[in-house]
Design a binder for this molecule. Structure first.
Ligand SMILES: Nc1ncnc2c1ncn2[C@@H]1O[C@H](COP(=O)(O)OS(=O)(=O)O)[C@@H](OP(=O)(O)O)[C@H]1O
Ligand SMILES: Nc1ncnc2c1ncn2[C@@H]1O[C@H](COP(=O)(O)OP(=O)(O)O)[C@@H](O)[C@H]1O
Length: 637
């Protein structure tokens, strides 16, 4: 038993108490298992025996134990962990709960993740920062599907230390042969998914056997009890310090012309004044002139510390860049293969542009249809077109500019990323980079001798993309055609892209599913960009129902070149016009996924121009658009 008396120390010498805490290393771990495995009871006992439960929590626990506990007059440790009232009522733990406790040797943060299959995303969230996973097994049941699932996920997110806690040994008479059989079974499985080592401990959360101290009930076991194991295992922080130096730049600190520092958290390795460093992705090298911290200048700093680096030479370096050891820099690529855990209710839309955040880097990125999806229960790979909630798949990711990274398996902070939905700003996936696609590195942009400016100058105009969006029958084609006629009559060089010349040719392979529409707009956007590069005024008339893709096209073009024109005709009016008789068919179910009826339309929030066709004639609208475009011209020229 760890004789640690924090209360006495706090009372006697608060400074000494705080100092002992500050100097201790921190182990982050997760516990995997279900309520039935006795997980909550086990964590509760760890907290209780390490004496870090606050007084008020303790009296609450005693009261709760008598009221709703399952242990009679004894304390029900599970109640400590199953914090939320709703969870208690359902008897399950449903989200990641983080808890802090400490012993005299170490500080701990434990993420308690639920065991149910549908909560893969919670488990991955809790596990992504953990050094160690405690995988619970009920000694009466042995290795179950969920044991395999938890182990697979823990290994997937890169946890190197696994403790197999064979719980409820009291219920199998502390029988060694039961324990040995479970360990042999687990070892055979662990090998198949690449887990190289694990520690198995026979214990009982209920009786406390082998939780904090060895138990006379289990004399045949001579390994460490659980807590001593947690207190002594090597932690990732040590590994990070031993790796090559990397510091993602958080911000550039430039208070005056004399000082320019790059602030960030050292992700790995150590930095000393004088060390040669390379800026990624630019590749420029220089050396560290100063290491500045809140407490003044330092000669050296290591992983986990927040510092400001001053470099010897003036080099281009900004937020999102990585300052790295010159002789061993990280990789740079814009296409790579990654394992992706999908965490949103709405499935992945292959080809859609999401925001990808890796460390301090933020880029636009699309995900290809997965190469396969892994069944977390059987670890089998199956084909799939997309990723749904809690799916784990291997897929190619295309970023819109090169990013600095390292394969996730190397344990680097530069290997993991998240995907964010541009429309809702919600995190939709966690990703782990496997490797870069080399093919991308061999394609170089052909820098044209005749620039886009030269093309535009020759035509005497400033290129624009006039992007019409609105429901079917809203008036996009009618108004866009009129605008083009007016521009043509004024001697402007233009081109109109609309459904007829695109969906029957370039995009004839695409349907009206979400993915089909996303790809339709992506291609139209790319074509519109090329035409704008050629100096043209491009007009496009597509429903383009999704904000994400319209924003993606906007981002493809130089600032101000994309003009979003929302043809804001109410559904009832468009349906009433029913120029092509399609609404009638959609209502009768003859056409599926029809915009406005059975497929969504996300109206632009801040279009450059909004046309209400119930208030303006097509002619009036066209004149207003031309004026807007000419207004921009006279301003620009
Ligand atoms: N299911 C479904 N939903 C919407 N529209 C349908 C559908 N099926 C066929 N059509 C006809 O296709 C035209 C829309 O094509 P778009 O390329 O503009 O659509 S999208 O931007 O990819 O959503 C649209 O033309 P417009 O009426 O000119 O908009 C329709 O005539
Ligand atoms: N103010 C208006 N602006 C544009 N079209 C209008 C207007 N009032 C009525 N219409 C009619 O609405 C229909 C719009 O069809 P269309 O231009 O093909 O739409 P979309 O290209 O958006 O599917 C045409 O028949 C057009 O004559």
């Amino acid at each position: 038993m760890t004789a640690y008396q924090p209360d006495a120390l706090i009372a006697a010498d608060i400074d000494a108490y705080l100092a002992t805490h500050a100097a201790k290393s921190m182990l982050r771990f997760i516990t995997c298992g279900s309520v039935d495995d006795g997980k909550s009871t086990l964590i509760g006992r760890l907290l209780y025996d390490s004496k870090t439960i606050f007084e008020d929590q303790l009296s609450q626990l005693e009261a709760d134990s008598r009221r709703v506990g399952t242990q009679g007059a004894n304390i029900d440790f599970a109640l400590l962990v199953d914090g939320l009232a709703a969870e208690r009522e359902q008897g399950i733990t449903i989200d990641v709960a983080y808890r802090f406790f400490a012993t005299e040797k170490r500080k701990f943060i434990v993420a308690d993740t639920p065991g149910h299959e549908q909560y893969t995303r919670n488990m991955v969230t809790g596990a992504s920062t953990a050094d160690l996973a405690v995988i619970l097994i009920d000694a009466r049941k042995g290795v179950l599907t969920q044991t395999r699932r938890h182990s697979y996920l823990a290994h997937l997110v890169g946890i190197k230390e696994i403790v197999l806690a064979v719980n409820k040994m009291d219920l199998v008479g502390h029988d060694q042969s039961v324990f040995d059989a479970i360990v042999a079974d687990y070892a055979a499985f662990a090998k198949t998914i690449g887990i190289e080592r694990f520690t198995a401990i026979p214990l009982s959360g209920l009786t406390g056997a082998n939780v904090t101290t060895p138990s006379p009930d289990i004399p045949w076991y001579d390994g460490p009890a659980l807590l001593p194991r947690l207190e002594t295992v090597a932690i990732d922080g040590d590994r990070a310090a031993a790796a090559s130096f990397r510091m993602p730049v958080q911000w550039v600190n430039r208070p005056d012309l004399d000082f320019r520092g790059f602030a960030g958290l050292i992700a790995s390795g150590r930095a000393s004044v004088g060390d040669r460093v390379r800026i990624a992705p630019s590749g420029k090298t220089t050396s560290i002139a100063r290491i500045v911290t809140y407490d003044g200048d330092r000669q050296e700093a290591i992983a986990g510390e927040a510092v400001t680096l001053v470099l010897a030479e003036e080099v281009d370096c900004s937020r999102g860049d990585v300052i790295a050891a010159a002789e061993n820099p990280p990789e740079i690529a814009d296409q790579f293969v990654a394992r992706i855990v999908w965490m949103a209710d709405a499935p992945l839309v292959p080809g859609r542009s999401y925001s990808l955040k890796l460390g301090t880097q933020l880029v636009g990125a699309t995900v290809q249809p997965p190469r396969h999806v892994v069944d977390v229960n059987s670890q089998e790979e199956r084909p799939a077109d997309t990723l749904a909630l809690n799916d784990i798949g291997l897929a190619e990711v295309y970023a819109d500019r090169p990013i600095v990274f390292e394969p996730y398996a190397q344990g680097s902070a530069l290997g993991g990323f998240i995907l964010i939905d541009r429309a809702t700003n919600a995190t939709v996936a966690a990703g782990m980079i496997d490797h870069a696609l080399r093919r991308a590195q061999n394609v170089h942009w052909q820098s044209a001798v005749i620039t886009r400016e030269a093309h535009a100058r020759q035509k005497g105009q400033v290129p624009r993309v006039l992007w019409f969006t609105g429901l079917s029958g809203s008036g996009k084609s009618t108004i866009a055609n009129m605008v083009e006629q007016k521009l043509h009559a004024m001697g402007r060089h233009s081109f109109l892209l609309d459904g007829d010349n695109i969906r029957h040719g370039l995009n004839r392979d695409l349907d009206f599913s979400e993915a089909g529409r996303v790809e339709n707009i992506r291609r139209v956007g790319e074509v519109a960009k090329l035409m704008a590069d050629a100096g043209l005024i491009v007009l496009t008339a597509f429903i383009s129902p999704f904000k994400a893709e319209r924003d993606m096209v906007r981002a493809l073009l130089p600032e101000g070149e994309f003009v979003e024109i929302f043809i804001d005709t109410p559904l009832a009016v468009a349906e009433d016009r029913d120029v092509k008789g399609l609404y009638a068919k959609a209502r009768s179910g003859e056409i599926a996924e029809f915009t406005g009826i059975s497929s969504p339309y996300e109206a632009p929030e801040r279009p450059e121009i909004r046309i209400d066709t119930t208030k303006e004639t097509a002619e009036q609208a066209a004149s207003r658009i031309v004026e807007h475009v000419l207004g921009i011209w006279s301003y620009d020229l």
